[in-house]
Design a binder for this molecule. Structure first.
Ligand SMILES: [Zn+2]
Length: 195
């Protein structure tokens, strides 16, 4: 029953987005009778629901964790690719996420990290918020001992409009837990991520 309800809600939502997109296309001045635009509202509506899937909690990845058999050091995952959309202009933000973390009593399967990144990136985002949300998720949800998240990204709203500054890389970071309290552990993590 729940699923049928959700499907109907999704269908209505898609139709409303399509209607809004039709209005935008007409208002910006395209020839709405042209064959090219016939299916554009439908395509873009489906694309939005895909790009913003992370706003729907039903799409949160399943988190499977294993017992940690004594691993007390830093684990790093470098250059996980991500794509998001900026909350201010709805234009792409893309780049790489690097994570250094020290697991707690449980350890997360490595393939889950890119899934969590994708889930949190699949919504209109501000890079700083995405960085903090990821650090909080890994620290609180996974009960990690320490987390350091670094994101390097390009923002098309800064490149193709406005200031038109090409290839600017914005770097943001967030630290939680032991990395906040222990400078040498933080430095070790940064060295691993930069190597
Ligand atoms: Zn923007």
């Amino acid at each position: 029953m729940q699923n049928i309800g959700n499907e109907m809600k999704d269908e209505k939502c898609k139709e409303r987005i399509e209607g809004a997109l039709r209005t935008i296309l007409v208002e910006v001045g395209v020839n709405k009778d042209s064959e090219i635009y016939k299916n554009t509202p439908k395509r873009v509506s489906e694309m939005y629901l895909e790009l913003f899937a992370g706003l729907d909690e039903r799409n949160e990845p399943e988190i499977t964790m294993f017992d940690n058999n004594g691993y007390r050091d830093i684990l790093t995952l470098k250059n996980i690719p991500f794509y998001s959309v900026c909350a201010h202009h709805l234009l792409p933000i893309f780049g790489h996420v690097s994570i250094a973390y020290i697991p707690g009593k449980k350890i997360l399967g490595l393939s889950k990290f890119p899934r969590i990144v994708k889930y949190l990136a699949s919504r209109p985002q501000v890079q700083e918020d995405l960085t903090a949300q990821l650090a909080d998720y890994l620290y609180k949800r996974l009960k990690s001992t320490g987390v350091l998240v670094m994101i390097k990204a390009r923002h098309l709203c800064m490149e193709m409009r406005g200031i038109k500054a090409h290839n600017v890389e914005t770097i943001s970071s967030a630290i939680r837990g032991v990395f906040e309290d222990n400078v040498s552990t933080k430095e070790e993590a940064l060295k691993l991520l930069m190597s």
